[in-house]
Design a protein around this ligand. Structure first.
Ligand code: HEM
Length: 144
C-alpha cells in the first residue's frame, strides 16, 4: 500500500519541485517582485516532499528490499546494482534532496530581498531536482 502511494505521489512531487524551480528562475529573470503566490508554490512543494519522506520511510521498512538486507547483509547488497539502488542510493539521495528543499524553503522565507529569495529557491530546488532525477528507479516506476 505504501509503495503504491509513494509511487503515485512521486509524479506530483517531481512536478511541484520543477514548477517551483521554473517559477523562481522566470521571476528572477524578469526581476518580478515576490508575491504570496510564490510563497504558496514553494510551500506546496515542500509540504508534498515531506509527505513523500514519510511514505518513503514506510515503503523502505515494509519493502522486500529491506527484508533482503536483513537476510543477506550490507556487503552482499553493495555488490548487486538493483539492491544497491533501492537500499542505499535511492533513499540516501532522496534524503539529501528533501533536506535541501526544506532548508531552501525556510531560508528563502527569512530573506527580505525578492531576487535573493528567488535565487535561494532556484539553487536549493535546482540541486534537489537533479538529485531526485538521478536516483529515481525509472524502470520500475513506469512499469508499475
Ligand atoms: C523526493 C522524494 C522521493 C521520490 C520522488 C521517490 C520516488 C520513488 C519512485 C518513483 C519509486 C518507484 C515506485 C514504483 O515502483 O513504482 C520509489 C521506490 C522506492 N522508494 Fe522512493 N522516492 C522518494 C523518497 C524516498 C525516501 C526518502 C525513501 C526511504 C527513506 C524511499 C524509499 C523507496 C523504496 C524502499 C522504494 C521501493 C519500494 C518497493 O519497490 O517496495 N524513497 N521511490
Amino acid at each position: 500500500m505504501f509503495k503504491l502511494i509513494h509511487s503515485g505521489i512521486s509524479y506530483l512531487v517531481v512536478l511541484l519541485v520543477l514548477f517551483t524551480l521554473v517559477n523562481a528562475l522566470v521571476k528572477l529573470k524578469s526581476r518580478s517582485s515576490y508575491k504570496i503566490n510564490d510563497y504558496y508554490i514553494a510551500l506546496t512543494a515542500t509540504f508534498f516532499v515531506k509527505i513523500q519522506l514519510i511514505l518513503g520511510v514506510f515503503s523502505y521498512y515494509f519493502s522486500t528490499y529491506y527484508q533482503t538486507l536483513r537476510e543477506v547483509g550490507f556487503k552482499v547488497v553493495m555488490k548487486d546494482s538493483t539492491l544497491r539502488l533501492y537500499i542505499m542510493e535511492h533513499p540516501l539521495m532522496m534524503l539529501i534532496a528533501i533536506t535541501l528543499i526544506i532548508i531552501g524553503f525556510y531560508k528563502h522565507k527569512k530573506q527580505q530581498d525578492c531576487s535573493v529569495k528567488f535565487k535561494t529557491l532556484a539553487w536549493y530546488f535546482g540541486i534537489a531536482f537533479v538529485l531526485i532525477l538521478s536516483r529515481i528507479p525509472w524502470d520500475q516506476w513506469f512499469k508499475a
